[in-house]
Each structure stands twice: as C-alpha cells, then as structure tokens.
Design a protein around this ligand. Structure first.
Ligand SMILES: Nc1nc2c(ncn2[C@@H]2O[C@H](COP(=O)(O)OP(=O)(O)O)[C@@H](O)[C@H]2O)c(=O)[nH]1
Ligand SMILES: [Mg+2]
Length: 262
C-alpha cells in the first residue's frame, strides 16, 4: 500500500524462466500488495518458476504478443482490486528497486501514469542499449512530442505505472496485441487528458534479457509514427478512430478462458 492505495505489479512474460527469480526477489513486498504474471505460451519453464515463487499467474494457451499479454495483466489487476498498477518486465532489464518511486508518482494524485525514463540521466547507452535503438528512440520521441503536443524524454520504456482510473477509462481493447500497444496507450492517455510523469531509470542489456528484434523494431517504429499521425489527424477532426473515442472498447473484467492459477 502507498497512501492507502493498493499496489499491484504485473509482469508480461515470454520465456522469462532465467530472469524471473532475480526480478521477483527485488520487489519490495512491504509495499506491493499483489503480483500477477501472465505467461504468453512460453517455451521454457516460466510457469513452473512462477509456481515455485508462489506468484499468482495466468497462462495464455497461445502466444498473444506483448500487447495482448498486457490486456490480460491489467484486466486481472483491476479485478483483484488494484488502485495502482506497475508493469515490470520479468527479464530484469528494469530495476525493481525503482518500483516505489514509480508507484509514488501515481499515488501523489498529480499523475495517472509514471514512466521509468532511460533517457533521463545517462542510463540508456551506459546500460548497453544498441546505438541504432538509441538513435531511433531519440528521433521517434522528437516526432511524437511534436505530433502529440506533449513533452516526454522518451515514449519507449517498458517500465510504467498507471492509476486504476486511467486503466478503466482508456479503450485498451482497441489497441494492437503487438509491441506498438505501449505507444497507443500513451497517445490515448494524452488524448483523454491524463498527466504523465517521469522518473530516471537505468536499463540493462544482457544475453538472458529478452529484447525486440531489429525487424520487429522497424515494424514498431512505423507503428509509432502511425499512432502519432492518427492522433494529430483526430485532433484536426479528420479522423475518429475507436482507439481515441469514449465509445471504444475498454478492458472488461477477467474474460472466461484465461486460467487463473496459484
Ligand atoms: N518478445 C516477446 N515478449 C513478450 C511476448 N509476450 C510477452 N512478452 C514480454 O514482454 C516484455 C517485453 O518484451 P522484450 O522482448 O523484452 O522487449 P523490449 O521491451 O525490447 O526489451 C518481456 O518481459 C517479455 O517477456 C511476446 O510475444 N514476445
Ligand atoms: Mg526486454
């Protein structure tokens, strides 16, 4: 609990057996009320590892992708009464020790979203981020700040905290099941008038850590530009995407068929 608010950590997992243990060990259990792992049909022993660690988990019978995984994460967190939800990748690329800081930014009531920025400070390249990813990150962030009319140091970090209100308001079911989900969610948050705060965060690139491939990064990059253009055209009244409409589909309580275990 922070400020009387229930804190839930969600971990979208795909082949995270080797890093789940060290990631979970650094989560401050005195502060975190609930931990949920959603396994995306991993081919390794991620699920037995979650069982061994006593982590509440859901198993997708087939791989749905990073975005689809998050939809299940947030649906389950909401149905288990979370007020603040922090997404922590189980591949140990982001430091669980910054969880309290991210959750506190949302608990303050000033922000409904908090981002762990790898650009603030000198975290990204020092942490081993490939140069092409760093350059793409900077260029895409510049384009997004211009097209979304917002000011963030980066839009691409996977370390985020959200308020219950934001997760209940955004039409997240309209979003892609792929990596661009992360970016569509930020455009939606800005569209619906939520404020986004940032916290400095180092990152780590190492063999066991999962990382989006070059081909999927390029697809993601074009998806980001598409998201920002869609937003801008909608602001000009030239487009009315369901993703940016109050009628868009939101996360319904836990869907039948997703198998809660543990
Ligand atoms: N690559 C991949 N990761 C997934 C998938 N479903 C869930 N994930 C998880 O999503 C997170 C982000 O993916 P990752 O490959 O690490 O991308 P990164 O953000 O570039 O480091 C990781 O914790 C993965 O375990 C999937 O279908 N593919
Ligand atoms: Mg990763």
């Amino acid at each position: 609990m922070i400020g009387g608010k229930r804190v839930c950590v969600v971990m979208p997992a795909y082949n995270a057996e080797k890093t789940l243990g060290v990631t979970a060990a650094e989560i401050d259990r005195a502060l975190v009320d609930d931990i949920i792992l959603v396994d995306d049909a991993s081919r390794d022993a991620t699920v037995p590892k979650a069982q061994e660690l006593g982590i509440h988990h859901i198993v997708h019978p087939r791989n749905r992708g990073y975005g689809g995984n998050q939809k299940t994460c947030y649906r389950e967190a909401l149905s288990r009464g979370a007020d603040i939800v922090v997404m922590l990748h189980p591949d140990y690329q982001y430091s669980p020790r910054l969880l309290p800081a991210l959750a506190s930014v949302v608990a303050s009531g000033h922000y409904d979203c908090a981002m762990g920025s790898r650009i603030l400070g000198r975290g990204a390249l020092r942490g081993g981020m490939p140069l092409y990813k760093y350059v793409a990150n900077r260029l895409l962030t510049l384009a997004e700040n211009l097209l979304l009319g917002y000011k963030l140091t980066e839009y691409h970090t996977g370390y985020r905290a959200f308020s219950r209100k934001l997760l209940e308001t955004l039409p997240l079911e309209e979003n892609s099941d792929d990596f661009v989900f992360d970016n569509q969610m930020l455009a939606q948050a800005i569209w619906f008038g939520f404020d986004i705060g940032e916290v400095s965060c180092p990152t780590r690139y190492f063999a066991e850590a999962s990382s989006i491939s070059f081909r999927r990064s390029v697809k993601y990059g074009f998806g980001v530009l598409g998201t920002a253009l869609e937003y801008r055209l909608a602001r000009w009244g030239l487009l009315r995407p369901a993703r940016l409409s109050r009628e868009g589909r939101r996360l319904a309580p836990s869907a039948p068929g997703a198998v809660p275990l543990g």
